[in-house]
Design a protein around this ligand. Structure first.
Ligand code: PLP
Ligand code: ZN
Length: 426
């Protein structure tokens, strides 16, 4: 890898293929190199991320853009004409003023960023859309991924819409809803006997052998990861171009958490929001909490675990961005902690009961951790807080199946209803 920063598109790409992105930079050693289908530093094998030279960007320009992540195209590694390509156009999901949940939790001001409103009902549509753009510009013809479920849904749908082939690899023990919600897009779905970490390892081997494949979270991961910055941009814009005091974020590989922080930093540097301190909090399920464990122990390295939790979308035992999550959380004065599966289910129900939002298990983790952080006095109840709901409860129905549901069946007669109602009426 060279240390020269190139402002030219990679060989074979059209000019402006990556917008204002100018280079890749190693997060471990800081070495820089040209844009391309690279993801590991040749000096130290560290992970690469996208670097930019931003022109002036104004709020008005962004506000005039499409109601999707493409309104932030100047801040992403995508061409200026990205909105003219066939994508699922994710993003611009609602920021819900969660007053009932705030009262329930004892918070003064709480917002839920509800990313279940994306095209395939999770935040993964954001990262896949940016990865798809990179794959297209780099001439890669197959969109692929190892997935804990939601990513497979997003890859299969995005490839269908773009008219290209997709191959998705998932652990065989995945929720039925998530398997079907990938298969329906006519993808090549391969169930693997093993954990996500086994699936991920196989994907890396395939990526090394098969040319022309874009494994969205492997060989085009630097571009993929940038998609999560749009969560930060949207939250700030929807708050009237302000940064909240505290953000609670679910953590699997840790990519989303670190990129939300990167997005906030960029908004400050570009003068789109006023600079202010903010705290980033991470949420894991106890059955897969390698980063929370490292945080508690005061370690900088994350020791891999074997996942055992109902929060399957977060079940990554060897998280790629683990050390960077620790870094971000500690630097901003936040915490990363975990809650057990019973608490996850109770908090899926809590969010549904208070706000009418049905989250998947990851959302139960995030709300559960928020409650725990308040009880531990780690979250300031008077500070403005945002929690991310990253996925849809309809994909993890089994989590609540034996907690809710019709308790009685009655014949279609008024007397039967009356009999039933007198016992349950408030
Ligand atoms: C993938 C996923 C996450 C976590 O993403 P990372 O960037 O890998 O930490 C959170 N919530 C849901 C629903 C997911 O599918
Ligand atoms: Zn390096």
């Amino acid at each position: 890898m060279t240390t020269a920063i190139s402002t030219e598109a990679p060989t074979g790409c059209r000019p402006g293929a990556f917008g204002n992105a100018t280079h890749l930079i190693c997060r471990a050693c800081g070495a820089t190199g040209p844009l391309g289908p690279f993801y590991a530093c040749v000096e130290c094998f560290g992970p690469l991320e996208v670097g930019y030279e931003f022109p002036a960007v104004t709020r008005a320009e962004i506000e005039a853009g499409p109601k999707s992540i493409w309104r932030y195209a100047p801040l992403l590694p995508v061409p200026a004409d990205i909105a003219t390509f066939r994508s699922t156009d994710p993003g611009f999901t609602r920021l819900v003023d969660a007053r009932n949940l705030a009262d329930d939790l004892g918070l003064r001001q709480l917002w839920v960023k509800d990313d279940s409103g994306n095209p395939t009902h999770s935040f993964k549509d954001r990262v896949v859309a940016v990865a798809l753009s990179a794959a297209r510009e780099l001439g890669l013809k197959v969109l692929a991924c190892p997935s804990t479920g939601n990513l497979a849904n997003a890859v299969a749908a995005a490839a269908a819409r773009a008219g290209i082939r997709s191959v998705v690899l998932v652990p065989e023990n995945l929720e039925r809803q998530k398997i079907l919600a990938s298969a329906v897009y006519d993808t090549t779905l391969i169930a693997i006997e093993g954990t996500y970490d086994d699936v991920n390892k196989l994907a890396s081997e395939i990526a090394g052998e098969e040319e022309g494949w874009a494994f969205v979270n492997v060989n085009v991961r630097p571009y993929y990861a940038e998609g999560s910055k749009t969560l930060a941009y949207e939250i700030a814009e929807q708050l009237g171009w302000r940064i909240p005091d505290q953000i609670v974020i679910p953590v699997a590989s840790g990519s989303q958490l670190t990129k939300i922080d990167k997005g906030l930093q960029e908004l400050i540097k570009l003068g789109l929001v006023e600079e202010k301190p903010y705290k980033i909090f991470g949420a894991q399920a106890t059955g897969c909490s390698p980063i929370a464990q490292a945080y508690r122990a005061g370690h900088d390295v994350v020791r891999p675990v074997k996942p055992d939790t109902i929060a399957k979308s977060l079940a990554i035992g060897n998280p790629a961005d683990g050390p960077y999550v620790l870094d971000t959380v500690r630097r901003t004065g936040g915490v990363i902690t975990d809650v057990d599966d019973e608490t996850v289910v109770a908090n899926i129900q809590r969010l549904a009961r208070t706000e009418g939002i049905f989250a998947e298990t990851a959302g139960g983790v995030t709300v559960g951790v928020t409650a725990k952080l308040i009880a531990d006095s780690a979250l300031d109840p008077d500070a403005e807080t945002v929690v991310i709901n990253s996925g849809d409860g309809l994909k993890t129905l089994d989590a609540v199946a034996d907690k809710v549901g019709p308790k009685t069946t009655i014949p279609p007669r008024y007397e039967a209803f009356e009999d039933f109602w007198k016992d349950v009426r408030p």
